[in-house]
Ligand binder design. Structure first.
Ligand code: TYD
Ligand code: MG
Length: 453
């Protein structure tokens, strides 16, 4: 018998090598190469993998572009992250840590898709377990078919039999194809089975949603190759201790990647949170210092988020700086700017900061609220809960303009805030008479403390 052919793959980026390497030359990670048995060259000829379509070069002006057809998933938050619904023939990867709620989300979505037939293929849970979950969600839909199968050959046969409008794979790591000898979950199997499904989606125009596990480093489904193959990558994340879950688009060929979907895990499934400010503003009865509200925009959606800071005297030589939901290096930068430009002595202080709700923020407009929260904690001044902030802080202590300022102002007004503090450069072109909320411009960080009291 011929010796099986083996190759080595980097489990981080999917780079291939004929021998084991300590450091991956492609992604620079150490100790990531794993050995895998591959190819049964003769078998490759069979099955969907070998199907060839004849494509011809076409002049670009002759390419017909009809609007992509989108399926309304009946889930506002999911539609938003997908860019307005699920595009037919697309492949979507939903990644997340175990237990975060991926299976729940997709079962719930398929049960709500009345009038469309879904084939939910589970390699992880038994029929009974899935039925129990469906009962828990209190949803019924005779058009949802469950299949307990991990071999792609059988899966394609069942797809032909059921003729679904949507295919869900839970999870891609459990599938295997006979074209490859290595075990399910290995990089070459993931790559090959995802490839078969992707080709199937493109030829049949049926959308496929793949569920993928996250590695301990937090990478989606291990190899980056999978991210390249699919059209859309969504990440489902959240802190297990909070009920909130965030669906974030990491890659999207059919929409923006800055959109967020917000859910709350309840005993009967995931609730869509269409007004995020309701959860991101924590309930406060007492007048506490160190809290400031930021008027943010994530994607197209404005939301108000509570930022908190705690400034204390460092007990040991080196002060601690820690940030949850925000970049620690950026926090250090803000502290340096505060020290240099407005004379706050923070170098010997511990500074902790936190963003309410366990959410992670990229919008630079949060800077101004954070600086306000830090000043509030350091000076022990209470910032009234009807003030909010929107502005980016520059290295020279200037407050810079941020995008979509009008939607931030309107959202703050809608939520009953009475004052919004923002960059002087933001208010050019805004007609203050359109707003009832008091708009207060500030040009540099040194002017901020007097506005807080
Ligand atoms: P699950 O969808 O199995 O996670 P994943 O597929 O990402 O591994 O979700 C499991 C968690 O969700 C589990 O801890 C129970 C909880 N849950 C609820 O709180 N409410 C519900 O209605 C359901 C179905 C699950
Ligand atoms: Mg699951």
């Amino acid at each position: 018998m011929a010796k099986p052919k083996t190759v080595y793959y980097c489990s981080n980026c999917g780079n291939q090598s004929s021998k084991w390497l300590g450091k991956c030359p492609a992604c620079g990670e150490w100790n990531t190469f794993v050995e895998e048995v591959i190819v049964k060259a003769d078998k490759r000829k069979s099955g969907i993998a070998a199907k060839k379509t004849l494509s011809k070069p076409t002049p670009v002006h002759k390419i017909v572009t009809d609007e992509e057809i989108r399926i309304d998933t009946r889930n506002g938050e999911l539609n938003r992250v997908l860019g307005g619904g699920l595009v037919t023939g697309s492949v979507v990867l939903v990644g997340g840590e175990p237990g975060i709620g991926k299976s729940t989300l997709l079962l719930q979505v398929s049960m709500n898709l009345k009038g469309l037939r879904t084939l939910y293929i589970s390699g992880e849970e038994s029929y009974r377990q899935i039925k129990m979950r469906a009962d828990r969600l209190k949803l019924e839909n005779p058009e949802v078919y469950i299949l307990n199968e991990t071999f792609t050959g059988n899966i394609f046969a069942q797809i032909e039999a059921v003729e679904p409008n949507l295919i869900i794979i839970d999870s891609i790591q459990t599938l295997y194809t006979e074209n490859i000898d290595s075990s399910p979950g290995s990089i070459s199997q993931i790559r090959e089975t995802a490839g078969e499904l992707q080709r199937y989606a493109k030829t049949s125009n049926i959308p496929v949603i793949l569920i993928g596990h996250i590695t301990k480093e937090g990478n989606l489904a291990g190899p980056k190759v999978l991210e390249h193959m699919v059209d859309t990558v969504l990440q489902f994340e959240g802190d297990r201790h909070y009920g909130f879950r965030i669906l974030r688009s990491v890659k999207n060929r059919f929409g923006s990647t800055s959109e967020l979907g917000i859910f709350e895990m309840q005993s009967g499934g995931l609730r869509e949170v269409s007004n995020p400010s309701e959860i991101l503003l924590s309930q406060r009865d007492e007048e506490a210092s160190g809290v400031a509200i930021a008027a943010m925009v994530e994607g197209q959606r404005p939301m108000l988020i509570e930022t908190q800071a705690l400034v204390g005297t460092a007990a040991f030589g080196t002060p601690q700086r820690s940030a949850t939901g925000y970049d620690t290096r950026r926090l250090n930068m803000l502290l340096a700017v505060l020290e240099k430009r407005s004379g706050f002595k923070l170098s010997s202080k511990d500074v902790f900061m936190n963003i309410a709700g366990g959410i992670r923020v990229d919008d630079p407009a949060i800077d101004l609220a954070l600086v306000a929260a830090i000043i509030s904690s350091a000076e022990d001044i209470y910032i009234s809960s009807n003030i909010c902030f929107a502005g980016e802080v520059g290295l020279s202590g200037e407050i810079r303009a941020v995008s979509r300022i009008e939607s931030r102002i309107s959202e703050a007004e809608k939520l009953g805030f009475e004052k919004i503090i923002l960059s002087k450069y933001s208010i050019k072109g805004i007609d203050k008479r359109n707003f009832k909320i008091d708009i207060i411009p500030v040009s540099k960080i040194a002017d901020l403390p007097e506005l807080l009291v």
